[in-house]
Write a protein that binds this ligand. Structure first.
Ligand SMILES: C[S@@+](CC[C@H](N)C(=O)[O-])C[C@H]1O[C@@H](n2cnc3c(N)ncnc32)[C@H](O)[C@@H]1O
Ligand code: SF4
Length: 401
């Protein structure tokens, strides 16, 4: 039914140009629009620095230490936003530090950012605060200070415990070392702990994959993201195994980990005890305040994309009153929820979005006949096969809107 598997939600989506209304001044718009009454908003903080560059990665980051004032820029950005009534009245339910590697900031710098957030903005009582990290950046001191500062969840980019796989991916530390560090984090019993797993890399056997999964089970991790290696043109390694292998490994993970008590939360995430509110709220159309160089988000239909160049980002904080965002029509929220539905294994409930009802009905029938979906309550859910092809299904449906 599909000729190639789309592996990420980024490539699954076509452009949203037709929903754009045009540029707006951020300060004016977020001071004058209706006040937020939502209590599921989220914050994304981008830290685009890494101490070592992994061979597979083309994220928005660079090989350098954060400048001494990077955290101060973020704090000034928070203070600027906190003066705008819409932001001031929002209640934030989840904060996510992503990267890059956010723990390239010192514990004190991260602590100051968190203190500024809690002082200037409103949060739910059980706010989730996630830090994305590599274990080698995570010292005992950092774990303790971050815990005291409000961090509740760690997303750790392990990728594999296999030493030759780690070498291929240019990851720091042996499999045994990263295993012990994860164990330490888990034993502290203070945090939700999730890890990133990359599978289907060159030379990986099913037994190697099984070893990685056994370690996730032994560690009793709360969840894990599972990414089939994507060949990025501009990265060093370009060696994912073929589609048949990808599929075999995907089903192996799904079946083994379901038996171990994990279930799919997203197309690329299985969990036991991880609510991952940051992503779930976003999938339901929640606002996201974007902070830091290269961060993107949207508040009250105004999309904001910060400059990735640190100098330009610093300038945009200096001149905050002239910052521009891009206003989207309110109906664009329906598209966000539509995308979020598939990412969370549901066939989008909002059937009114489709242009051609017959084309849609025929497509759904085909998905049912070929067991990509099954009836669930009033709608449809993806089968394991449907999860594997989820981003391709998403793209096909999006083309019908
Ligand atoms: C933004 S990265 C940050 C993770 C963190 N900096 C680290 O490396 O530990 C998020 C995740 O995307 C996944 N990823 C990045 N590039 C990928 C690729 N080419 N193929 C598959 N997964 C990839 C990795 O699992 C990575 O941990
Ligand atoms: S995977 Fe993480 S640590 Fe490696 S280069 Fe990408 S962002 Fe940096």
């Amino acid at each position: 039914m599909f000729s190639a598997r789309i592996k990420t939600h980024h490539s699954a989506m076509a452009s949203g140009k037709k929903y754009v209304m045009g540029p707006r001044n951020v300060q004016n718009y977020l001071s004058s629009t209706e006040e937020s009454d939502k209590d599921n908003s989220t914050i994304y903080i981008h830290v685009p620095f890494c101490n070592k560059i992994c061979s597979f990665c083309n994220m928005r980051r660079s090989l350098q230490k954060p400048s001494d004032n990077y955290y101060k820029l973020i704090i000034r950005e928070i203070e600027n936003y906190a003066k705008l009534s819409y932001v001031k009245n929002s209640v934030f339910d989840a904060v996510y530090f992503g990267g890059g590697t956010p723990t390239t900031l010192t514990s004190d710098e991260l602590k100051c950012i968190l203190q500024s957030l809690f002082k200037n903005l409103n949060f739910t009582k059980d706010v989730e605060v996630t830090i994305e990290t590599t274990v080698t950046e995570l010292t005992d001191e950092k774990i303790e200070i971050l815990g005291e500062s409000g961090v509740t969840r760690f997303s750790v980019g392990i990728q594999t415990f296999n030493d030759s796989g780690r070498k291929q991916m240019n990851r720091i530390g042996s499999g045994e070392y990263v295993y012990r560090k994860l164990q330490q984090l888990k034993n502290s019993k203070k945090f939700t702990v999730s890890m990133d797993l990359i599978y289907n890399y060159s030379g990986q056997s099913i037994r190697d994959l099984e070893d990685d999964l056994n370690k996730i089970c032994e560690l009793d991790l709360d969840g894990f993201s599972m990414y089939s290696l994507i060949n990025m043109k501009e990265t060093e390694i370009n060696e994912a195994q073929n589609l048949a292998n990808d599929e075999e490994m995907f089903f192996f993970i799904a079946e083994k980990m379901k038996k171990a008590g994990y279930e799919f939360l997203e197309l690329t995430k299985m969990v036991k005890n991880d609510k991952y509110k940051y992503i779930m709220n976003r999938h339901q159309g929640a606002d996201t305040l974007a902070l830091g160089a290269g961060a993107g988000g949207s508040m009250n239909d105004l999309m904001m994309m910060n400059e990735i160049s640190i100098d330009k980002y610093a300038e945009s904080i200096e001149n905050f009153s002239t910052r521009q965002g891009m206003l989207f029509v309110p109906e664009y929220k329906d598209i966000t929820i539509f995308k979020g539905d598939i990412q969370t294994l549901k066939l989008p409930a909002n059937e009114s979005l489709y242009n051609d009802e017959i084309q849609y009905t025929e497509f759904v029938q085909k998905l049912l006949d070929e067991e990509y979906i099954y009836h669930h309550n009033e709608g449809y859910r993806l089968t394991t096969k449907g999860v594997f092809w989820g981003n391709s299904i998403s793209r096909a449906l999006y083309d019908m809107i």
